[in-house]
Structures are given as structure tokens and as C-alpha cells.
Design a protein. Structure first.
Length: 137
């Protein structure tokens, strides 16, 4: 039986820095890549060269992203976050350090009863990340 393609994607809407965010996210974790970018062209709604639509993956999970050309009264919120189960202590340490640079720490990286090591941050783009190292590590 052929495995079906992922049918539900989280969609991240940025305000001009989608490509920078995708590059950072895909650099932090294995099995991560920018899969496709379609850019705004000349005389289109968005700034020429900015991201009209993109697909990228983090640890094999696909996401979609775009740069909105409309200024909205909303942005990202920690009530929805990316929860990443890390494969090693090095991976969680590096990801936490880079994602928290210029962002906001919601829970410091520490040993909690539910995780060998856990941290929660809003990155500099406003995207919320929960990073966890399983207890069985």
C-alpha cells in the first residue's frame, strides 16, 4: 500500500522574513530542508522576491509558510507551538540557544519531571517552540 502524502500542514505567516526563519529552522535539526519556494514577482501584491508560498520540513514534518503583504493586528501566539522531541542533549542545547537568541524564554532549559531536559521559547520571529529530551534518554 502506498503511503499517502501529509494532508495537514501548519501554515506560518510571516511579515517579510519567512525565508530567514525557514533557513534558521532547517539548519537546527536533521531531516530538515526548504522544499519549495514560490516568490512574488514584479507588479504582484507582495514585495518582489518575498515568499508567496513555501514548503519546508523540520525533522521530517512538513510546514508551509508565506510573507503576508497585508499588515495584520495579530501575530504568532504560544497557545500553539512547535513541539520538538530532540534526539540528543547536544541537539536540544543548540536548538534552544539559537531559537532563544533575540526571542523570549518562556521556560528555561532544565530537567523537569516530565522531561529529562525541556525548554520553551518564542523565537525572534514570534514562533513558539517547546523542546524536549525524553526521560528515557
Amino acid at each position: 500500500m502506498e503511503q499517502s502524502k501529509q494532508k495537514i500542514h501548519s501554515f506560518l505567516m510571516f511579515e517579510g522574513n519567512a525565508e530567514e526563519a525557514m533557513a534558521m529552522y532547517t539548519s537546527l535539526f536533521e531531516e530538515s530542508e526548504i522544499i519549495n519556494i514560490i516568490r512574488y514577482g514584479p507588479n504582484e501584491s507582495g514585495d518582489e522576491g518575498s515568499v508567496l508560498h513555501a514548503t519546508f520540513s523540520v525533522k521530517g514534518q512538513e510546514f508551509m509558510a508565506s510573507d503576508s503583504y497585508v499588515k495584520h493586528d495579530f501575530t504568532f501566539t504560544p497557545s500553539i507551538s512547535m513541539f520538538v522531541t530532540c534526539d540528543s542533549e547536544e541537539e536540544i542545547d543548540v536548538a534552544y540557544a539559537k531559537l532563544s537568541q533575540g526571542g523570549e524564554i518562556l521556560m528555561p532549559l532544565a530537567d523537569y519531571s516530565f522531561s529529562a531536559k525541556f525548554g520553551w521559547v518564542n523565537d525572534k520571529f514570534g514562533v513558539s517552540w517547546q523542546l524536549s529530551l525524553p526521560l528515557e534518554f
